[in-house]
Design a protein around this ligand. Structure first.
Ligand SMILES: [Zn+2]
Length: 70
């Protein structure tokens, strides 16, 4: 559920390339301070729907603060 909420606030899959999703499908904007490639600990990795929630990764938090500073 947290993963889906991530989509609603503008995040796409961090492993979009591994999933074969086109770069231009939803737009792609790299967030400074996050990896250019996959973040294996991100809640925004697609295909992990059956995994339990283990918290936001470090880079999930970097991305969240970049898009929604508080
Ligand atoms: Zn997804």
């Amino acid at each position: 559920m947290t993963h889906e909420l991530g989509h609603t606030i503008g995040f796409r899959h961090t492993n979009w390339d591994d999933l074969g999703e086109p770069e231009t499908l939803f737009g792609l904007f790299h967030i400074e301070g996050t990896p250019e490639g996959n973040d294996p600990h991100s809640i925004m990795n697609g295909g992990n729907a059956t995994s339990g929630f283990s918290g936001l990764s470090y880079y999930d938090k970097v991305a969240l603060r970049a898009l929604y500073p508080w």
